[in-house]
Design a protein around this ligand. Structure first.
Ligand code: COA
Length: 258
């Protein structure tokens, strides 16, 4: 496949995927999501790939969310599909039998935070920022964020992050268990590769069984369905139209609760 929005590098059993839309802070448009799916199909299929790293191009963003400019095409019906397809791709990452590590090099917001959470391990640079700001747009996280954040940080802190939409620093992310390690920007890839190398030295079949078992303890299919339903329901509100218009027009939204 010819990738337009991802850079792929294979080296010594390690596939590094770099989301490459720097001018849009690596926002996940539909095409990038499909490319991500196909990169993971390859990671599943190719025996020589034994671990995966995901990062973002540039120093500013890992991924600043789903691409808000594509939200204008959403309606109640296709919004459910939008959410379910994203959930499926991210579930594919979480269930990948090979370890997947996020090297979070800047903003990880909305779908970007959800992508990082779908990975098995998160290493962040000290300039990284995490958040699920969807309520500021009149929607909710739709790619599994409402399910994975409480598992990683507990329900109380997840409630606060999702309901306020506040961003947190990498340091705070580390304190609450969202982030495994925080390092300087220069050290980010070294630290991430060091963890990958440790896992690569272990028995691959045992590693994949361990991933399966940990996931089995933490997956609630009906929670994902509830999220997709709520996401599509939010799309028909005036507040969704106002929230996304306000972002694109670079102004504060004026929500009415309708
Ligand atoms: N979707 C589409 N475009 C996005 C985007 C997104 N999620 N996030 C950033 N961009 C675009 C901006 O529109 C801008 O494009 P332009 O130069 O053509 O105007 C470019 O990326 C740079 O972003 P900008 O907002 O100018 O940078 P900033 O430093 O002022 O702010 C952020 C950085 C991350 C705080 C801000 O971009 C932001 O809030 N992004 C949206 C985050 C979000 O709500 N994500 C969840 C989506 S569900």
């Amino acid at each position: 496949m010819d990738y337009q929005n991802l850079l792929l590098e294979k080296n010594d059993g390690l596939l590094t995927i770099t989301i490459n839309r720097e001018s849009k802070l690596n926002a996940l448009n539909g095409k990038t999501l499909q490319e991500l799916k196909s990169a993971f199909d390859m990671a599943y299929d190719e025996e020589e790939i034994r671990a995966v790293i995901i990062t973002g191009k540039g120093e500013k963003a890992f991924v600043a969310g789903a691409d808000i400019s594509e939200f204008k095409d959403l309606n109640e019906l296709n919004a459910r599909k939008f959410s379910e397809e994203g959930q499926e791709i991210f579930n594919g990452i979480e269930n990948c039998p090979k370890p997947v590590i996020a090297a979070v090099n800047g903003f990880a917001l909305g779908g970007g935070c959800e992508l990082a959470m779908a990975c098995h391990i998160r290493v962040a640079s000290d300039n990284a920022k995490f958040g699920l700001p969807e309520v500021s747009l009149g929607i909710i996280p739709g790619y599994g964020g409402t399910q994975r954040l409480p598992i990683l940080v507990g329900k109380g802190i997840a409630n606060e992050m999702i309901l306020t939409g506040d961003m947190i620093s990498a340091k705070r992310g580390h304190e609450i268990g969202l982030v495994n390690h925080v390092v300087s920007q220069d050290e980010l890839m070294n630290k991430t590769k060091e963890i990958a190398a440790k896992i690569l030295a272990k028995a691959p079949i045992a590693v994949s069984h361990a991933i399966d078992c940990i996931n089995a303890a933490h997956t609630n299919a009906s929670g994902y369905q509830t999220e997709a339903n709520a996401f599509s329901s939010a799309i028909k509100t005036d507040d969704f139209t106002e929230g996304t218009s306000a972002f694109l027009e670079k102004r504060k939204p004026n929500f009415t609760g309708k």
